[in-house]
Design a protein around this ligand. Sequence first.
Ligand SMILES: C[S@@+](CC[C@H](N)C(=O)[O-])C[C@H]1O[C@@H](n2cnc3c(N)ncnc32)[C@H](O)[C@@H]1O
Length: 215
Amino acid sequence: MTRDQAAVLHAAAGAVPAGGAVVEIGSHHGRSAVVLAAGLREGARLVAVDPFPDDWRYGAAGTEQRCRANLARAGVADRVDLRVATSADVRARWDGRLDLVYVDGKHDHWTARADLGWADHVTPGGWVLVHDAFSSLGVTTALLRVLATSRTLRYVGRTGSLARLQVAPPSTADRLRLLGELPWWARNLVVKVLLRLRLRPLARALGHGDAADPY
Ligand SMILES: C[S@@+](CC[C@H](N)C(=O)[O-])C[C@H]1O[C@@H](n2cnc3c(N)ncnc32)[C@H](O)[C@@H]1O
């Protein structure tokens, strides 16, 4: 997460009314949860969802404990309800309204597509923010699939690879704006391949100076 992306999360959380609710999918060590929770007004809450699987890239023994410790250290633990479960499990039982959803969970197409289903719980005019929206094959194809036919979710723009979607009828301009991001997505996929092949100078030639994947 870049500083600019953190600023977007913080501002979006700050716009949630008192008594409102935010859901985060994918918390890891709690970095984005801290940013979101710190932006919330008194009386608003964050439900942070992560199964903390120990058999996956982000899993490691103690990840949940580190997340809880980071929330406590930041002084936001009382505003965060951390659910150790998958997004699908929590969504299946969810019946409340949401003002904001932040999607940063598993990045395969099917999980990302299911995670976008959280938008059904968001009040009209509310927001769905999606991390790695244009730097991952699975997340981008899920976005394209959902937004191609949605009549209730519009693509507004991006900060790096953080996409901002609003619960509102999409216009033709909104759909074209999403398509206009595809060359940048293709460039990011090429950069990822170059980094895997240890061809950093070529990635740099494409404007990517970081050793990490584009995000
Ligand atoms: C990229 S990390 C999240 C990073 C975090 N948002 C941050 O800013 O530090 C992705 C997280 O998604 C979690 N995850 C994996 N499968 C999930 C699922 N089905 N539902 C919710 N979270 C999941 C992983 O355990 C991992 O911690």
